[in-house]
Design a protein around this ligand. Structure first.
Ligand code: GLA
Length: 330
């Protein structure tokens, strides 16, 4: 029997930059998804313990939906990549709220992969997980969540350059400060919804600018709105990732808080990825004295990330998050 754990992730900063060849600074957290695999039998027997749901299949089926699509897709993509994946009895359980912007999807993909095979290379595996999400689940997400889940290490955030896929481990110690996530109460789903639409807008902007990626775009273009605003978000967000790393190096957490606020304003006004519940949650956290607060993940619902000064009270429902280990066999 093999047990594997895939962590959720929090992206400190660098949102909607991954599919634009940009920069991000995520970290794995200690909440996640655990998959237990017992090889044997003629078919996959899958038990999603937290949902009380089951699935059984001999061969992966393109028609699988919801959580089942992740399992069918992972088996199929692992086999297509040359891994041997014999049928197994799989149990999935976790302590990560779904649809809250903490990437339960990547946690599930990473845990499934490590329960089923010993990977040759983690970056290659992140790409494979991303194909599961794109081609089997229908969410045109980038590589942020999968790289954070698979390459995260305890006590570090990852500076990811999505153009080169170069990953640098950035020591991440907040001292007496705390990072918390608060669920806005508005659930989100990337397949459908605004996420795919934003991604298509970025592609259109890139094509009209005649660029390989928005990484090279100027902050102000002569594109019509809303495309100009979308580009401005991506360009300024990349710059905020670098500024956050510099602020962390000089242990200037007030500056990190200001950068989180600026990221949120850009996601709200330029990227238009906010919803009223998220705005209310951000406002409540700022009113309660947070040094910075912003939507985290794909937006259009999900969680808010807040940076709290030493001694600040945790608001009800807040989950303290610290960098934990990446995906692993237990
Ligand atoms: C979701 C996607 C990621 C990334 C973020 C936004 O979490 O899965 O690929 O695009 O949104 O930064």
């Amino acid at each position: 029997m093999i047990r594997a754990r895939g962590p959720g992730r929090v992206n400190l900063i660098g949102e909607h930059t991954d599919y634009n060849d940009g920069l991000a600074l995520p970290f794995a957290i200690d909440r996640g998804v655990t998959v237990t695999a017992e090889p044997g039998g003629d078919a996959f027997e899958v038990h999603a313990a937290d949902l009380g749901e089951r699935d059984e299949f001999a061969e992966p089926d393109r028609g699988a939906e919801g959580w089942r699509a992740f399992v069918h897709g992972t088996v199929a993509e692992l086999r297509a990549a040359g891994y041997e994946v014999p049928p197994a009895r799989l149990t999935i359980e976790g302590d990560l709220p779904q649809g809250s912007g903490l990437s339960s999807s990547a946690a599930l993909e990473a845990a499934l992969c490590l329960a089923l095979v010993e990977p040759r290379d983690r970056v290659e595996l992140a790409r494979l997980c991303s194909r599961v999400e794109n081609d089997w689940v229908g969410a045109h997400t980038g590589l942020l969540d999968q790289l954070a889940a698979l390459c995260g290490t305890d006590g570090h955030a990852l500076r990811i350059d999505f153009r080169t896929l170069e990953i640098a481990q950035v020591p991440f110690d907040l001292g007496d400060w705390q990072l918390v996530t608060v669920d806005s109460g508005a659930s989100h789903q990337h397949a459908g919804g605004g996420y795919n639409e934003r991604r298509a807008e970025c592609d259109e902007a890139r094509e009209r600018l005649g660029l390989d990626s928005l990484r090279d775009a100027p902050a102000d273009t002569d594109l019509p709105e809303p495309l100009n605003r979308r580009v401005r978000h991506v360009v300024t967000e990349n710059a905020r990732v670098e500024k956050t790393i510099e602020a962390l190096e000089r242990e200037d957490l007030e500056a990190v808080g200001e950068l989180l606020d600026a990221s949120h304003a850009s996601l709200r006004d330029d990227y238009e990825a906010s919803v009223p519940e998220v705005e209310r949650t951000v406002a409540a956290l700022k009113d309660a004295g947070a040094a910075g607060a912003r939507m985290v993940g794909g937006g259009f619902g999900g969680s808010v990330l807040a940076l709290l000064r030493p001694g600040a009270d945790l608001s009800p429902g807040a989950l303290a998050v610290t960098p934990g280990p990446g995906a692993r066999r237990l």
